[in-house]
Design a protein around this ligand. Structure first.
Ligand code: DGL
Length: 287
């Protein structure tokens, strides 16, 4: 048993879809969520910049004594997962869970015709992280497409409507024409658009989200390592901590809408990404 919190990191708001799935699967756990809202979006940024911001954010979470780190952001995973695993898991014993491998595995399990589509930010698609994750599976045909405007819609709180639908058609019709029967929503924000994405892709196409698959991996990691929180008593509820790197903004309102009433207070934290971020105390004592 381990009552330390789980740290969940995202470039901003979208990682709340992963946080929601983790809270649903592990309701006894205490979550510290950090959204790097001062630097969002990560999708259009160079990989090296995303890596720097990501490691700074993970340092902040590690300094708060988390027992596991979940990189909820696909772009951050694509840019920094190897460095993060070395820095926290190998050097400090903190398991690092990411969103790309679980979603890739779920897509392989779901496809019947071996044609898989992947959509994500420009940086995620450019990094070819999904192709690498699927490289060892023989006979797969992968169709990848960056859908940058989807993030803009979600950040503006728009999850349906004619403008969004027309952008969705422009992005997705080529994937549908390629005959994919499974589409990986390789971006934290896209689960909030499953209505429009599902409508354009049609009923025969399975939509795979990272959130559910990542929550499963998180559950398994904690069980395997005997790191679950002690069970809460009847009527007890966990209070989670939500942090953002931007002092103001629409995060609290949108977060409540996307995650639910668990989002109460949102606190601001300064995270320095120069020189690799703030290093600090962790449960395992690295510095
Ligand atoms: N969280 C990012 C991802 O999953 C999307 C938003 C962004 O571009 O920062 O790729």
């Amino acid at each position: 048993m381990d009552n330390a919190p789980i740290g969940i990191f995202d470039s901003g708001l979208g990682g709340l879809t992963v946080a929601r799935a983790v809270i649903d699967k592990l309701p006894d756990e205490h979550i510290i969520y950090l959204g790097d809202t001062a630097n969002t979006p990560y999708g259009p940024k160079p990989i090296a910049t995303v890596r720097e911001h990501t490691l700074a954010g993970l340092d902040e979470l590690a300094s708060r004594g988390v027992k596991a780190l979940v990189i909820a952001c696909n772009t951050a995973t694509a840019a920094a997962v190897s460095d993060a695993r070395e820095r926290y898991w190998i050097d400090a014993g903190i398991p690092v869970i990411e969103v790309i491998t679980p979603a890739a595995r779920a897509a392989v399990n779901a496809t019947r015709n071996r044609r898989i589509g992947v959509i994500g930010t420009e940086a995620t698609i450019r990094s070819e992280a999904y192709s690498s994750a699927l490289a060892a599976v023989p006979g797969l045909e992968l169709h990848a497409r960056a859908c940058p405007r989807f993030v803009e819609f979600v950040e503006a709180g728009i999850t349906h409507g004619p403008d969004l639908e027309s952008v969705a058609r422009e992005y997705l019709v080529p994937l549908k024409s390629a005959g994919v029967d499974t589409l990986v929503l390789g971006c934290t924000h896209y689960p909030l658009l499953t209505g429009v994405i599902g409508r354009v892709m049609g009923e025969g196409v399975t939509l795979v989200t990272s959130s559910e698959a990542t929550a499963n991996v998180t559950y398994n990691e904690l069980v395997d390592r005997d790191m679950l929180h002690v069970p809460l008593g009847p009527g007890e509820r966990q209070e989670h901590l939500f942090l953002t790197t931007e002092a103001e903004g629409a995060f609290p309102q949108l977060a409540r809408r996307f995650l639910g009433p668990e989002v109460q207070q949102v606190h601001h934290v300064d995270v320095d990404s120069h020189g690799g971020g703030r290093r600090g105390r962790t449960a395992t004592g690295w510095n």
